[in-house]
Design a protein around this ligand. Structure first.
Ligand SMILES: *Cc1c(COP(=O)(O)O)cnc(C)c1O
Length: 384
């Protein structure tokens, strides 16, 4: 199997696996046990890990809340910030191309009387700062726009959007899950107040993520969504997953250190994949933004071919149709719909997301298989 679905999840880096293992059978204390050395060792490991994670995104350690993943981080950010700002107004700005975790958390607020402006991205999937500015009303108090789109790879101008938000004292959350580990991310450079990210997208384990919560300058306050015990300064209770947190730190440190070299390599392989496919078949259209795009992501539409049929005939490739598409959920991607594709166009699109462990040989082979499959399906369609 050639794994080209790294935006869904990644293989855990062997160095990360090694870093996690001692926390199962050696350093297995509870980081909240303050009465003995086993607890202290766990607490030390957690605080070292959080220092590392914070440093990788330009934050301070006290600004990091550990969670079970980006979905939880986003719920905490959006639902947690809302009660503190709603006295200013219950209007929120977001976009139609956000991850479902963001969309569903915001829909929950909408049920509680919040008004939501769902901005429509441009044809490459980007939200512009002036769109955000235009959507602002006297009631706007929250804004949630992702840094990079997980289906298209398109990068949003978050620093510009943050400036618009800052001038109006609107709290900005950004879902950076598709960006952290794949591009330089600095919370001050971006100007975000809240930022979600997840370890399993950068070769760390599943089940652990982080939320950046600004404490410097204008501090953001959050109502905890998980209570009991007051862990993590009350922001998120529950026994800390020491090993997963240590693994996340190791994974982010590795990704941050080799980001330039690794992303250059992936960008080259990604572009090789596209050009090889284009050499073999025509009627291939790029979804997303060619220039401002995460280096590992390629989303292509194959004219006149069903993406589902294509995926089925590409048994040797782990790829995705861009959404959580399955037989039980035949809905076309809401992201592709949001950039103006018809249902049929969305259904004829595939997302290839490359990763650290892909080789050039795999990419050559994947391209050859795609070309063969598209040609075969087109012959089939013509013969009907
Ligand atoms: C994967 C992903 C999520 C969800 O992250 P989990 O850690 O799996 O909950 C959210 N947003 C984006 C952009 C993602 O790619």
């Amino acid at each position: 199997m050639i794994y080209l679905d790294n935006n869904s999840t990644t293989r855990v880096d062997p160095r990360v696996v090694e870093a996690i293992l001692p926390f199962f059978d050696t350093v297995y204390g509870n980081a909240a046990s303050t009465s003995h050395a086993m607890g202290w060792a766990a607490a030390d490991a957690v605080s070292a890990a959080i220092d590392t994670i914070a440093a990788c995104i330009g934050a301070e350690s006290r600004e990091i809340v550990m969670t079970s993943g980006a979905t939880e981080s986003m719920n905490l950010a959006i639902k947690g910030a809302a009660p503190f700002v709603e006295n200013r107004g219950k209007h929120l700005i977001s976009s139609l191309a956000e991850h479902k975790a963001g969309i569903d958390a915001i829909k929950r607020l909408a049920k509680q009387g919040w008004k939501v402006s769902w901005l429509k991205p441009d044809s490459s999937g980007r939200i512009h700062a002036d769109q955000v500015a235009e959507a602002m009303t006297a009631e706007t108090s929250l804004c949630s726009i992702m840094l990079a789109n997980n289906e298209l790879g398109t990068i949003n101008p978050i620093a510009e959007i943050a400036e618009v938000c800052r001038l109006r004292s609107v709290i900005l959350h950004s879902d950076a899950t598709a960006a952290v580990g794949k591009m330089a991310v600095d919370v001050d450079g971006l100007g975000v107040d809240l930022m979600s990210f997840s370890a399993h997208k950068f070769y760390g384990p599943k089940g652990v993520g982080g939320l950046y919560v600004r404490r410097r300058g204008r501090a953001v306050r959050l109502v905890p969504q998980i209570e009991g015990g007051g862990h993590q300064r009350g922001y998120r209770s529950g026994t800390l997953a020491v090993g997963l947190i240590a693994g996340m730190a190791m994974a982010l440190e590795i990704s941050t250190k080799c980001i330039l070299v690794e992303m250059e390599r992936l960008r080259e392989l990604r572009d090789l994949l596209e050009s090889r496919i284009r050499e073999g078949v025509d009627g291939v259209i790029l979804n997303g933004d060619r220039a401002s795009r995460i280096g590992n992501t390629l989303n292509l539409r194959f004219e006149g071919v069903s993406g589902e049929a294509l995926m089925l005939s590409l048994k040797g490739l782990a790829i995705s149709s861009g959404s959580a598409c399955s037989a039980s959920d035949p809905e076309p991607s809401h992201v592709l719909r949001s950039i103006g594709l018809s249902d049929d166009e969305a259904r004829s699109s595939l997302r290839f997301s490359l990763g650290r462990f892909n080789t050039r040989e795999e990419i050559e082979q994947a391209a050859a298989e795609v070309v063969m499959a598209v040609q075969a399906l087109r012959v089939l369609v013509r013969s009907i």
